[in-house]
Design a protein around this ligand. Structure first.
Ligand SMILES: O=C([O-])C(=O)C[C@H](O)[C@@H](O)C(=O)[O-]
Ligand SMILES: [Mg+2]
Length: 435
């Protein structure tokens, strides 16, 4: 950090590292055929790796979605960042909001709720805010968790993210080593392997794929096989209110929470009115503007945070405060991600006292990594905060180049689970609610 004359001329203030440029590199990472309400995961998921360079010679990193619309918005916002002091995060918000004032609202996937102009800005702010925190930490010799208030827990627990899945993708793609999981036995076998490999202490089943009765049977099979582990079920709003009532009645007392059974805040409120199961969401409340109605109607009891779309670390801490004020639980959502995002999630969760639910992570489904030294290692289902200043992770430039090359050649530019599903089920519409 360098010294500048203060405004009055007599004092001096330390200015932080100043942004000189930003590199945004899209990457594609191999992904298994995981089934969900929208269809099936494509063979590659898209991410972008953000590297913010400064005049202090310090580079900060972060990770965001990598679809075409997100990339265009990130690039548009990045062009306004040279000259930004990385400690002036309000200035960051001002610059990004200005750059995206007339950007059309878009969402990288409908599985995280409706798009809005505010959410578009929030996603871009987050991508750069995380990198600025990484630089702040490196400039001060502090881990990001300390810049967020300090750790309130040594270990951050994650849950096993279970998916119905095919054995392989249609077309000429290598099969993964998880095999198919298309019924309760397959889901229990998948859970056993995931728990054995990573030690997860809670389980989340991605539902909305098969008839609700089959998914109820899978939850009951998980409960029988893992009586000590809480289970969550997430059909991504693929059920009507009536179906949700029926499933909730069948699973009373069986779930830690039921995530997004049906679409929209009023629909969720109708479901909540007739069940004692806590309802959670990463679909109907994914921005601050949606909180008042959700609270007024008692639509949800748990909100899944996600720094990528809530607006970054500070916005997520604001969300945590609102959850505390209104007596809501706080959990954390995940989309397919690499190690930079996982590190960011871990720092944030370690510093957020009321984030008491185990976090979602897609990590077990991933076979490629962009951080040096390979993926962060789960022990007993948990991660400790990466050591070292900033996020405590560094980009492996060779891996980045390889994953970027994979992006250039893979042919995918926007996540579209329904179209990929139609390769196998031509009649699939992806319209919700299907049940
Ligand atoms: O909790 C959720 O809704 C998600 O994790 C959204 C994801 O996109 C998930 O559905 C997936 O990976 O298919
Ligand atoms: Mg969800």
């Amino acid at each position: 950090m360098s010294t500048q004359a203060g405004r009055g001329g007599s004092e001096s203030t330390q200015r932080g590292p100043v942004v000189t440029g930003v590199d945004i590199t899209p990457v594609a990472i191999a992904d298994p055929p995981l089934l969900n309400a929208s269809g099936v995961h494509e063979p590659f998921q898209l991410r972008s790796i953000i590297q913010v360079r400064t005049d202090a010679g310090i580079t900060g990193v972060s990770e965001a979605y990598g679809d075409d619309a997100t990339l265009a918005q990130l690039r548009q916002a990045a062009a306004t960042l040279p000259g930004l002091d990385v400690f002036h995060l309000n200035d960051l918000t001002r610059r990004v909001s200005g750059a995206l004032a007339s950007a059309s609202a878009s969402s990288p996937t409908e599985l995280i709720g409706a798009a809005s102009a505010d959410k578009t800005v929030a996603q871009a702010v987050s991508a750069f805010e995380v990198a600025c925190f990484d630089i702040q930490g490196k400039a001060t010799g502090k881990p990001v968790v300390d810049l967020l208030g300090g750790a309130v827990r040594d270990r951050v627990d994650f849950s096993a993210y279970l998916f119905y899945k095919w054995a392989e993708h249609p077309g000429d793609y290598p099969a993964d080593d998880w095999g198919a999981a298309l019924d309760p036995d397959g889901i229990v076998a998948q859970a056993r392997r995931m728990v054995e490999l990573y030690g997860f202490g809670s389980l989340k089943l991605k539902g909305g794929v098969f008839a609700p009765e089959e998914e109820v049977a899978a939850v009951k099979a998980l409960r029988a096989a893992f009586p000590d582990r809480p289970v969550r079920l997430d059909p991504n709003a693929n059920w009507s209110v009536e179906t949700s009532h029926r499933v909730a009645a069948a699973l009373e007392g069986e779930l830690e929470y039921l995530e997004d059974p049906t679409a929209g805040i009023p629909g969720m409120a109708e479901v909540a009115a007739k069940t004692s199961l806590p309802l959670a969401t990463n679909m109907c409340v994914t921005g601050f503007a949606e909180i008042p109605e959700a609270v007024r109607l008692g639509a949800v009891q748990v909100i899944l945070s996600d720094h990528h779309f809530w607006g970054g670390f500070r916005a997520t801490q604001a969300l945590a405060g609102l959850c505390e004020t209104f007596g809501l639980g706080l959990s954390m959502h995940s989309n397919t991600h690499l190690g930079i995002s996982l590190a960011a999630m871990t720092h944030l969760a370690a510093a957020t006292p009321n984030l008491t639910y185990a976090l979602d992570t897609h990590s077990p489904w991933k076979t490629e990594e962009v951080i040096a030294g390979g993926p962060l290692r789960f022990v007993g289902g948990a991660l400790t905060v990466p050591e070292g200043p900033g996020l405590g992770v560094a980009v492996d430039e060779d891996a980045l180049a390889r994953l970027h090359e994979q992006y250039l050649t893979c042919g995918f530019r926007k996540r579209d689970d329904a179209t990929w599903m139609r390769r196998v089920q031509p009649e699939f519409t992806g319209r919700r609610p299907r049940f």
